[in-house]
Structures are given as C-alpha cells and as structure tokens.
Ligand binder design. Structure first.
Ligand SMILES: C[S@@+](CC[C@H](N)C(=O)[O-])C[C@H]1O[C@@H](n2cnc3c(N)ncnc32)[C@H](O)[C@@H]1O
Length: 417
C-alpha cells in the first residue's frame, strides 16, 4: 500500500495512516511517500516494512554508519541534524505537556559527539558447531545479532575488543549459545562483565584470565543470572574521575553514558548549587555529582541502594570530610520531608522508573532548590508534576543528548521554591 509519513513516534519509527490503522515504519521521515507492507500488530497499530521510497520527505540524511538500518543500536541516523534535534525536543515537550507543564523553559539541547559513549552491552552468539562467534548489537526487530565491524557511537577504545571477543567466544561458547557482554570504558581501561550460565570452572577462569591479559583489560568479571557480579581478574583499578577525585568503580557499577554528558549534568548542578552549603545527592551511584559538589566546599549526603557503589564512594571520599554516605532503598524508604529539610539543596537522579515516592516527600519539604536528573522524560514529567503541585516552580529543563541516535534522552531540571 502507499502511505505518507506524518511524524516520527517515540521509538523512532515513522508513523503513517494505513487502510487498517496506524503504521509504524522504521527508517522513514515525515513527508516520505512510501510503498509499505503491514506486518504484525504493534502497540495501537501495525509494524510495517518499507518496500520503496516513492518520494522522499525533507529531513533525510545519509547515515554515517554502514550498519545503520540493520543494527538495533541506533534508530535515527537517517535524519538531518535539525530534524533529529526537533524530534528529540518533542520527546521532552510531549510528556511535559501531558502533565500540564507545557510552558516549562527548555534550554538549548546539549549534544554529545559521535564515538563518545563509554558503556555498551553487546550480544554474542556462536551460530553453529562449524561457525566462529559473532559479537555486536541485536537487530532493531528480531533476535539476530549484527556482527559489528565499527560503531559511530562508542568510544574508539572499545573497537579492538570486538575481534578479540570473537576469538574468545569461538573457543568457549557452545553451538547456538548466546550471551551478553557489558563493557565500560573507564579512565584506566576496559571493564568487561560476561554473562555466563553457571559459575565458571577452573579451566574457563584461566582462559578468561589470559584473555584479560592479552586484551589489556582493567578487569574481567562474570555475571551468573541476576548476580552478584563475580570478578575473575582485576589487573588494575577501574578508575573514573569525578571532579578531581578518582573513584574505583565496582564491577557492574553505574556510570553516565558519556564523559561529556556527565560534564553537562555536573555543570548544571554546580550552577544551581551556587551559594549553597549543603546538599543531599539521592541515587548518587559512586558519586559523579557528589565529588564535584564536595570539592566546591558543599557538605554532601550521598544516598544509593547499591551497597558496592556507596562503598566505592566512601573509600574515595577518604580525604573529604564533608562527604557522608548512606545505603538506602529510596523507593521503599525515601528521605522524609523532615530529613530533607536539613539540606539547602537536593539532587535526585533515579533509574528509568523515576522517583515518585521521593518526589512526594520533596513536595512536602522546605528545600529551596531541587535538581532532577533523568534518563526518562515520561517519569520525569510525572515527578515534576508532583513537585510543582507541592509548590515548586520548574525554572529550567536542559535536554542532554548522551544516547546519540537512539530514542533515549537525558535531562537535568532545576526547581525552586
Ligand atoms: C541513573 S543512576 C545515577 C547514578 C549517579 N547519580 C551517577 O550519575 O553516576 C541511578 C542510581 O540509582 C540507584 N538506585 C536504583 N534503585 C534505587 C533505589 N530503589 N533506591 C536507591 N537507589 C537506587 C542505582 O544504584 C544507581 O546508582
């Protein structure tokens, strides 16, 4: 059937009206006149396959990566910079409008550069007994894996690891075995966590240790099921610099997707902290915001549910008496309004689920400056509404594109009362 794309949806697919309802067509732009075929049901409509572009819409651009279109790592490389920027801003303004905050002041989008992302989870598969292993990202629709030769998103330091992982997995994966491999490019080298079905035996441990040596990894660990992560070999500390402080990241620990993105968040937090003497850093991880604030002379109380992250933060804080830290589940036990009132400022940076319970406590507090960092504009909008209903003014929202060419957007917002 022939259709015209009217807009790009939240997951990056072009949307058009077909005979039987809404169609979601990957790799298309508004204004595209297309021949398509409807496939299976998809959300409130149907997934569709592009057969032919009859008349291209404006906003199309040549994707830089040869894997684009097949690889599920990126969904928006086919847009011009301007069309991509507009689409990203819609990801923020639509959820804000839905909760009645359409008039929020949105600062210009801060964009990170290609080849700057320092975290990735690859899939690896040995397709058959006679085959080598493939390593890359899953395709956008389906379960196949794209055997990555290059990536325009990830830091260059990760690229030599891909052929090395192929050789390793060709030797240790069973035919048709598929695993995940999480890689973090820390300041001191690569930190690799291999998902494995059982605790490795001695022979496998030796193979993994010599792989880590040859690939000059900082650390290699194994994750069995839901964990915990078991370090197999630590060749040097997995160090990252937060402000001037070097923190040894725990295996599998959180790290902002890019150094530039983290710097943009820190700059916004430090600007909001001007003149403050104390802050609570909630969902603090290993201290990406704690240390820059503490180094600016602010007393910081850092809270996170991840015991290993708080242990790393505490160890690194040795020389900074104004930092203290607490392990606490902030979904089940958010800091209460009376606890929050001890701080002149609160920062919260929750996982994608957001921080509803914590926002409710903040709404009842007297804290004058609240900074929300979020990787999910939907849950951010919900939590922002709670704060505004509690008497806060949403002063600014700064979108930060640190998940380049994907449907994810980071943001930092400042609330005051
Ligand atoms: C987006 S990360 C932010 C970490 C840190 N602010 C940073 O920039 O590196 C979210 C953090 O929330 C923590 N977290 C997840 N669920 C939590 C919970 N229920 N209570 C407290 N912390 C939680 C994770 O351990 C993680 O460190």
């Amino acid at each position: 059937m022939e259709v015209t794309v009217t807009r790009i949806g939240a997951q990056g697919d072009g949307i058009a009206d077909g005979d039987r309802g809404r169609l979601y067509i990957p790799l298309t732009v508004p204004g595209d006149r297309l021949r398509v075929r409807a496939l299976s049901r998809h959300g409130d409509g149907f997934a569709a396959e592009l057969i032919q572009v009859l008349d291209p819409g404006p906003g199309r651009s040549a994707p830089p990566c040869p894997h684009f279109g097949h690889c599920g790592g990126c969904s928006l490389q086919h847009l011009t910079a301007e069309a991509y920027r507009r689409w990203l801003l819609d990801r923020l303004t639509e959820p804000l409008a839905r909760v009645g905050l359409a008039d929020a002041a949105i600062a210009p989008l801060l964009q990170t550069q290609p080849r700057s992302r320092r975290r990735a989870t690859f899939s690896a598969l040995r397709p058959g007994a006679a085959a080598g292993a493939i390593v890359g990202f899953q395709v956008s629709r389906g379960h196949a894996i794209v055997d990555l030769s290059d990536c325009h998103v990830l830091v260059p330091a990760m690229m030599p690891l891909l052929p090395a992982l192929r050789s390793l997995f060709a030797g240790i994966l069973l035919p048709r075995q598929r695993i995940d491999v999480a890689v973090t490019a820390a300041d001191t080298g690569l930190d690799v966590v291999v998902g494995w079905p059982a605790s490795p035996d001695l022979a496998l441990r030796e193979t993994l240790a010599s792989f880590a040596e040859n690939a000059d990894l900082a650390r290699l660990s194994v994750l069995v099921g839901d964990g915990p992560v078991e370090p197999i070999v630590g060749r040097r500390g997995v160090g990252v610099r937060f402000g001037r402080t070097v923190v040894s990241l725990p295996a599998g620990g959180f790290l902002q997707a890019s150094r530039e993105g983290e710097a943009a968040l820190v700059a916004a937090i430090r600007a909001a902290a001007e003149g403050r003497r104390s802050a609570a850093d909630l969902f603090a991880g290993a201290g990406a915001f704690t240390f820059p604030l503490a180094e600016a002379g602010i007393r910081v109380h850092a809270v996170d549910a991840d015991r290993a992250a708080i242990a790393a933060l505490t160890a690194a804080a040795g020389g900074l008496p104004q930092v203290n830290a607490e392990v606490r589940d902030l979904f089940a036990r958010p800091l209460r309004a009376d606890e929050l009132n001890c701080f002149e400022m609160v920062i919260f940076d929750p996982p994608r689920a957001g921080a509803r319970a914590q926002a409710e406590q903040l709404a009842g507090s007297k804290v004058t400056v609240v900074v929300a960092v979020s990787c999910n504009p939907q849950t951010f909008a919900r939590d922002a509404r709670i704060l505004v209903d509690g008497g806060y003014r949403l002063d600014s929202v700064t979108p930060v594109d640190q998940f380049l060419w994907s449907a994810h957007l980071e943001l930092v917002a400042v609330f005051r009362r």
